[in-house]
Ligand binder design. Structure first.
Ligand code: TYD
Ligand code: ZN
Length: 424
């Protein structure tokens, strides 16, 4: 294929889970830049690539998916996202490692493979428990960084082909892990086949994804961006794996990233009987209206409310002489800013703890990203809490800001002003 004809954007026609094609339109955010493509200052701001962003729902299996896919080579080869070094996440990762090892009886020296292993932080927790570990991540610089810190990481996309290679060179795995990566994958059938091949007969594939039920219930629409192709429920994942000779045997709900589920999948003939929670959550999904069009119409209405009210709220404060900045520069913040139309004229800066982001500009809105120290020296009157998934941790450590009269604007489910951690 010549360079000229390569189109990195494809419209989704057929459901990647069930093959259906009866879609309900849910939301449409128009073309937006990639949420993790923080800009170098001084570069041209006019030719930022923008890609369509919208969500539809499959009326057969209720997969929620983006309307368009952006080629993974464009998204992930020079990827910026590093796993947040927050306390919340570090605790979660240690807990997850212990849970997997205990529940599925992984012996010392058991082989654990992680796809989308990023800087290797999660695998390090398994290594601390005595496991053999291997990471697989297409972001070349992250894979190199992880390998350097002692977590061997192949700079590849996970696929049935990669799985076959790992089996040949390293042997089969007791546990395959995918944290916040499965929802990024288009060809999930290939991943399911790869997982089946890679695992020992009693092995387990642990998938952590944002839980669609939480997204709908808490109006977390800003978690919609180009990397997040799919928004899963337990029901939809069960449909998917049943088509590949596998089944969901356990589920844990976790509070991270606005509400996630860790779904444990094994071969149908593996010695793990599905726990009652699997059926219970599927029933909860049904009872919550997950299979009804009206649920998605309601969600779209709530999204519209934020879209209509957030920017006027911020602009009123600014017009009143207040200074407003952003707290955190997470990817989701860029959907929120893009959808609500807030930009560098509204927020002075966004503070973020990530070195790589500091000194850059937010994609789309071009708000400068600065260090938390800069924020502490130039405290605004209001922080728009872009990293709302760490609300408790952040308000907990920003006591001084709050005591000096500072306020947070929490954008979802519906914009509100908070002055005490107790009011969250
Ligand atoms: P993350 O939760 O990983 O979200 P996303 O998947 O939407 O990118 O990002 C959180 C961001 O917030 C990350 O860039 C680090 C930043 N952050 C702070 O700046 N201060 C904090 O205290 C915390 C907890 C996070
Ligand atoms: Zn479907």
């Amino acid at each position: 294929m010549s360079q000229e004809t390569f189109d990195p954007v494809q419209q989704v026609e057929v459901c990647r889970v069930c093959g259906g094609s009866d879609w309900q339109e849910v939301v449409s955010f128009g073309p937006l830049p990639l949420a993790n493509s923080y800009l170098e200052p001084g570069g041209s701001l006019d030719d930022e690539p923008r890609y369509p962003l919208g969500v539809i729902s499959c009326r057969s299996c209720r997969l929620l998916t983006l309307t368009h896919t952006v080629d993974p080579e464009v998204l992930y080869r020079t990827y910026f996202y590093v796993t947040s070094d927050s306390d919340t996440i570090a605790t979660h990762m240690r807990g997850l490692a212990e849970l997997c090892v205990e529940r599925f009886g992984i012996p010392e020296g058991g082989f654990v493979v992680e796809l989308g292993s990023n800087t290797g932080q999660q695998l390090a927790a398994f290594r601390d428990l005595g496991m053999e570990v291997l990471g697989i991540d297409p972001a070349r610089s992250l894979a190199a960084q992880a390998t350097e810190r002692g977590i061997e990481t192949l700079p590849d996309f996970f696929s049935a082909q990669t799985a076959a290679r790992v089996v040949k060179e390293y042997g089969r795995a007791r546990l395959l892990l995918g944290r916040h990566v499965f929802a990024h994958i288009d060809d999930v059938a290939d991943i399911a086949r790869g997982a089946r091949d890679l695992l020992e007969p009693s092995g387990v594939f642990a998938i952590e994804v944002p839980y669609a039920l939480d997204m709908l219930e808490h109006n977390e629409f800003d978690t919609i961006y180009h990397e997040h192709l799919s928004y899963y429920s337990v029901s939809t994942l069960s449909t998917l794996f049943a088509r590949h000779g596998m089944r969901v045997v356990d589920v844990e709900r976790a509070a991270v990233h606005g509400g996630s589920v860790i779904v444990f999948v094994s071969r149908e003939d593996a010695p793990w009987e599905p726990r009652p929670v699997v059926a219970e959550l599927q029933e909860l999904e049904r009872a919550s209206g997950f299979f009804e069009d009206a649920t998605y119409d309601t969600f779209a209405g709530r999204v519209d409310h934020v879209r209509q009210t957030l920017a006027p709220l911020v602009r009123e404060l600014v017009a009143d002489g207040k200074r407003v900045a952003g707290y955190g520069a997470p990817a989701k913040g860029n959907t929120l800013l893009g959808v609500s139309g807030l930009n560098a004229g509204d927020l002075e800066f966004c503070i973020d703890t990530t070195d790589l982001k500091q000194g850059r500009l937010q994609p789309g809105s071009h708000i400068p990203i600065t260090s938390p120290e800069h924020g502490a020296q130039n405290p605004p009157d209001y922080y728009l809490l872009l990293a709302w998934n760490y609300a408790k941790e952040i308000l907990g450590k920003e006591r001084a800001f709050l005591e000096n009269g500072g306020r947070f604007i929490v954008p979802v489910p519906s914009p509100r002003i908070v002055s005490r951690v107790e009011d969250l």
